[in-house]
Design a protein around this ligand. Structure first.
Ligand code: AMP
Length: 304
């Protein structure tokens, strides 16, 4: 197992200017693992309730996501997130977070996952992220994600997570809230001082910034005419990014930059439909084609 992701498997109720869907499949581990599955074997650690539908489990199975770490709590209800977007699709408003079975989730890492070289501590309670970190043997690269809910409620635990991971992947509002700095470069440097070697700031339709102590790399988002639902774009980015990196012989800066573009490619597909409808039906050729289109999008030398 090359990749391990701990995070949420959720039912989302989502309203965007283009429609509303009730209790559709979502969750940070769901988006991450399906995106990563196009590159390497991935296992998830997450929890669902008895209401988790078999057709949703089949979405994960179809992508050969290892489900040994997916627990079902008898009589429990799956985590439910209710969010809304206005015309600024970069700005999700959380209307309700029903933790349900997520509230008591204290997983033990299955033996087969303990040696996973690439680990994503996706959006979930930082206490769970720490518990998982404690049980890993010697991961090559650990990335963490989080969101406002945990920044508000678990700041101290989150700081401990940051002191123990290589990489933080957050959106710009989270970077600002976490660092209490408006400027993203200053926010990035402040977070770097807390531990990670690299901070990746997702800026929705404006792309991504990678910040290290001595460098900045910027990639645009792929310009799309039809964006329906940005939910999961961040987790999909992380899945494409980590999935691609796990296939690279060297984790040098070229690999990281290419992985950022691949993460952006995967996220661009995800926002074209609700839930995982588009993400779970991709072909290798479509992914490669958009990766090449990205190269053209940002080329600015040797064009004569
Ligand atoms: P993203 O749009 O990539 O930031 O993530 C959206 C996903 O995060 C949704 O599918 C939600 O189910 C999930 N989510 C929302 N709030 C939380 C939370 N507090 N903990 C874990 N997952 C969450």
């Amino acid at each position: 197992m090359k990749l391990l992701c701990v995070g949420s498997v959720a039912y989302d109720t989502v309203a965007t200017p283009f429609g509303r869907r009730e209790r559709i499949l979502g969750g940070s581990a769901t988006y991450f693992s399906v995106a990563a599955s196009y590159f390497a074997g991935v296992g998830i650690m997450a929890v669902v309730g008895e209401d988790f539908r078999s057709e949703d489990r089949r979405v994960l199975e179809k992508h050969k996501v290892d489900l040994e770490g997916l627990r079902t709590v008898p009589g429990g209800l799956t985590f439910h997130w209710h969010g809304e977007y206005g015309y600024d699709l970069n700005d999700a408003q959380t209307l309700k977070t029903d933790l349900n079975v997520l509230a008591g989730f204290a997983p033990d890492v299955p033996e087969v996952y303990r040696d996973a070289p690439f680990v994503c501590l996706a959006n979930i309670d930082p206490k769970v992220q720490l518990r998982v970190l404690d049980q890993l043997r010697s991961p090559k690269l650990v990335a963490a994600d989080t969101m406002n809910f945990w920044i508000d409620n678990r700041r101290a635990e989150l700081r401990e997570v940051l002191s123990r991971v290589h990489l933080l992947i957050v959106n710009e509002a989270e970077a600002r809230q976490l660092s209490q700095e408006y400027n993203l470069l200053k926010a990035g440097q402040k977070i770097l001082a807390w531990g990670p070697k690299m901070v990746i700031v997702k800026r929705g339709e404006y792309g991504v910034l990678k910040i290290t102590p001595h460098s900045v790399f910027a990639a645009p988002a792929y310009p799309l005419e039809s964006v329906f639902d940005p939910t999961g774009a961040g987790d999909t980015f992380a899945g494409g990014f980590m999935g691609f990196l796990s296939t690279c012989a060297e984790l040098d800066s070229t690999a990281v930059r290419q992985a950022i573009v691949m993460g952006s490619v995967m996220a661009s597909f995800n926002v074209e439909d609700f839930s995982l409808n588009r993400l779970s039906a991709l072909s290798r050729a479509e992914i490669q084609e958009r990766f090449s289109a990205f190269r053209k999008l940002t080329e600015f030398s040797g064009l004569e």
